[in-house]
Design a protein around this ligand. Structure first.
Ligand code: ADP
Ligand code: MG
Length: 687
């Protein structure tokens, strides 16, 4: 009898839905939900031996616990062990929590050490408090940290996966070997069951450096499978694509010339080259499947718009999909403006729209009254039928899965003719790497920045110089420029991120009485967000406090300063993306990275890279080198394709290997691998 998710202890109907939401539909899927990193709670460190910037597990006795006010309200706990003392700092806390910190009680805590005026401290440690003297034995295995979804807690996931591992161990669940023996031998891959078990439960003495590089055998097997799965999917998409018919769009280029003549600037050569590649593709009878890569600010939207205009000129519909609602609104507004002298009907469609409005637009799309529809995921809902969709543009594809793209493609099915597809991405990977990875797709790079762009000056300042920053801000705004103040994740929680932004907003509003301060975060309603963005665009807001939701694509050229808090916590590529929101106009822009005092050498070096380098690909490469395989980020960097375990920069050689290997894998195995690693359903080849 097979075990289902509901058979596991602690999973009810509600929990099941949450698991389904992240693509986990069976116990087997659960086993393939892999840790993003580990915590080492198998050994204790003496406080005196702890170095800043690293994470440790401590055991001590509570000496003191009080609430203090220093700019903000916070809860400070002092503890000691035999060697030294340690301070724990909480910005978010409640009564029950506080009451638990009784003087004299034993505590174990885990977190990253920082030095603050010679005091060692951890901000928001994980902790456990014990009432008696007899503490439990330490863990025998490293503690896995899993990627989460809203409402699903780390401990619950750990518990579910632990139960699944028991089934694996007792062979109630077995993954049969699917890779050919030749492949296993050639690339020295170990048994999948073994690899899965050990990746969730690395033993105490595992070489941690190896474990987080790809040297570890368990990891290697899984990375190989995952990359192979992606190669196979790309290969199938490509092969399938070649069997399809699309619209041959070879009509005139007058409208494009007209658009160019109306632009306030000249397109770069690179933009024009890529435009030509796109138009050539669309003149063919098979569907285009082109990936356009270009760093933040390289002007990908315009290139896509040329493509759209070409399709519309030929009498067809175009769908333009953006990863967030804010971004689709922005594209809608700017494209409407650019195309105002053209007889083109443009519509905006997104999830949170009023049902009535939505209905009308959907009907207009079906009847062909809309030429260009811009929107979010709402565009791929099955109720939407197009009249004659010939081109699908997907902006910032790393936010979507490959399969969402495929679903959209199949929307053209009713007429047996499939739309062309254009995918825009700022994923920071070098060209050669991209060619190998996406080898089966067509691929262009915009490798030239618009003229007149000034390099963004990047400054790093410790948090105790906040007052100085506030003065600078007033100056900047008095000159008519605008500012983003970004409060990114301080924890892996979206709620806390919003809370941090709200607090900062309140604080800045208080301190900067002469400025108009605005706030935007992910938990606000869409119409509120839209209102705030419009105010910012129309200069009714000088300073916009936000969470990382502004990371993708926003374009307000008059914003010339960006302040990023907790910058040491973020991946370099993400910082680069964020910073890409400024430096969009002719004016010189400045990015100020605020960091916590007591930075490690690695963290300092990383900030230095950002200061020196303005090229997203270079930054990603250097980041990897400087971190070395030994250092991983607390959080998966956004902007990377969503791999569960592979890292395309680190695992370059496996990308090559798997590309070769993909040739010898059967359809049947290919199907299993795709299902295993790429959770959404794939429709390729099933039309
Ligand atoms: P991204 O590649 O990050 O999506 P956008 O398409 O948002 O970049 O373009 C960034 C900004 O640069 C926009 O304000 C756009 O109007 C402007 N832009 C695009 N192409 C050019 C160009 N050739 N010269 C000057 N500005 C340009
Ligand atoms: Mg963009």
């Amino acid at each position: 009898m097979t075990t289902t998710l509901l058979d596991l202890k602690g999973i009810g109907e509600k929990g099941l839905l949450k698991l389904n939401k992240i693509g986990i539909n069976s116990v087997e899927d659960l086993l393939f939900h892999l840790p993003i990193r580990y915590q080492d709670k198998t050994r204790l460190t003496k406080i005196t031996n702890a170095e800043p910037g690293k994470k440790y597990f401590f055991e001590g006795t509570i000496d003191k616990a009080n609430v203090i006010f220093y700019q903000k309200r916070m809860f400070i706990v002092k503890i000691h062990d035999k060697t030294s003392s340690l301070q724990l700092r909480f910005f978010y806390f409640n009564k029950t929590q506080m009451n638990n910190f009784k003087i004299g009680r034993k505590i174990r805590c885990y977190g990253e050490i920082r030095h603050l005026n010679n005091i060692k401290e951890i901000v928001h440690p994980e902790y456990q408090i014990f009432e008696g003297e007899n503490l439990p034995a330490l863990d025998e295995y490293l503690t896995p940290v899993y990627p989460l979804t809203e409402g699903l807690h780390q401990n619950s996931l750990r518990n579910f996966i632990k139960q699944s591992l028991l089934l694996l161990k007792s062979k109630k669940i077995i993954f049969p070997e699917i890779l050919p023996k030749k492949v296993l031998e050639k690339y020295q891959l170990i048994d999948i069951n073994h690899a899965i078990y050990n990746i969730h439960k690395p033993e105490r003495n595992t070489d941690y450096k190896k474990l987080i590089s790809s040297q570890n055998n368990n990891k290697k097997r899984l990375i190989f499978e995952e990359l192979l799965a992606h190669q196979l999917v790309f290969k199938r998409i490509r092969a399938y694509n070649k069997t399809l018919l699309s619209f041959r769009l070879d009509n005139n280029d007058k409208p494009i010339k007209k658009l160019i003549s109306k632009l306030p600037f000249k397109p770069t050569n690179s933009q024009l080259e890529v435009m030509n590649e796109i138009i050539k593709d669309m003149q063919k009878i098979t569907p285009m499947m082109r990936l356009v890569q270009g760093d933040v600010g390289s002007g990908k939207t315009l290139v896509a718009l040329f493509g759209a205009l070409h399709a519309i000129t030929n009498g067809y519909q175009v769908a333009f999909m953006a990863p967030t609602e804010i971004l689709s609104v922005q594209h809608y507004q700017s494209i409407k403006l650019l195309l105002k002298d053209f007889d083109i009907n443009i519509a905006l469609l997104y999830g949170a729209m009023k049902t009535k409005e939505k209905k009308i637009i959907i009907e207009d799309i079906r009847l062909g009254n809309v030429d260009l529809v811009i929107g979010t995921h709402a565009l791929i809902q099955s109720e939407i039928k197009f009249f004659n969709l010939a081109l699908v543009i997907i902006d910032e594809q790393h936010k979507f899965g490959v399969h969402q793209r495929m679903t959209l493609t199949s929307k053209g099915k009713n007429s047996e003719t499939f739309p062309h597809q254009l995918i825009l991405t700022a994923t920071p990977i070098p060209r050669t790497l991209a060619m190998t990875l996406y080898g089966n797709l067509d691929y262009s790079v915009i490798n030239e920045m618009p003229k007149g762009r000034k390099k963004i000056e990047t400054i790093a300042l410790p948090e105790d110089r906040r007052e100085e920053i506030l003065e600078k801000i007033i100056n900047v705004c008095n000159k008519g420029n605008q500012i983003y103040w970004v409060c990114p994740l301080i924890d892996e929680s979206d709620v806390l991120e919003c809370k941090a932004a709200v607090n900062t907003y309140t604080e800045l509003k208080e301190k900067l009485k002469d400025l108009k301060v605005g706030l935007i975060h992910g938990r606000m309603k869409m119409d509120e967000k839209e209102k705030v963005m419009n105010h910012f665009r129309n200069k009714k807001i000088d300073l916009l406090v936000s969470t990382t939701i502004i990371e993708v694509g926003l374009d307000v050229p008059n914003a010339t300063v960006m302040i990023i808090e907790n910058s040491e916590r973020m991946g370099l590529s993400q910082l680069h993306q964020l910073r890409g929101r400024i430096g969009r106009g002719e004016k010189k822009s400045t990015c100020i990275l605020i960091y916590k005092i007591g930075l490690s050498e690695i963290a300092k070096n990383r900030i230095e890279i950002l200061r020196k380098c303005g090229d997203g690909f270079e930054i990603a490469k250097e980041d990897l080198e400087i971190r070395g395989p030994g250092e991983i980020l607390g959080k998966k960097q956004k902007g990377e394709i969503n791999f569960k375990i592979a890292n395309i920069t680190r695992d370059y050689k496996y990308i090559r290997d798997t590309r070769d290997c993909a040739e010898s894998i059967s359809e049947e195995i290919s199907e299993i691998l795709a299902k295993r690693w790429i959770s959404e359903k794939i429709e390729i080849g099933k039309a």
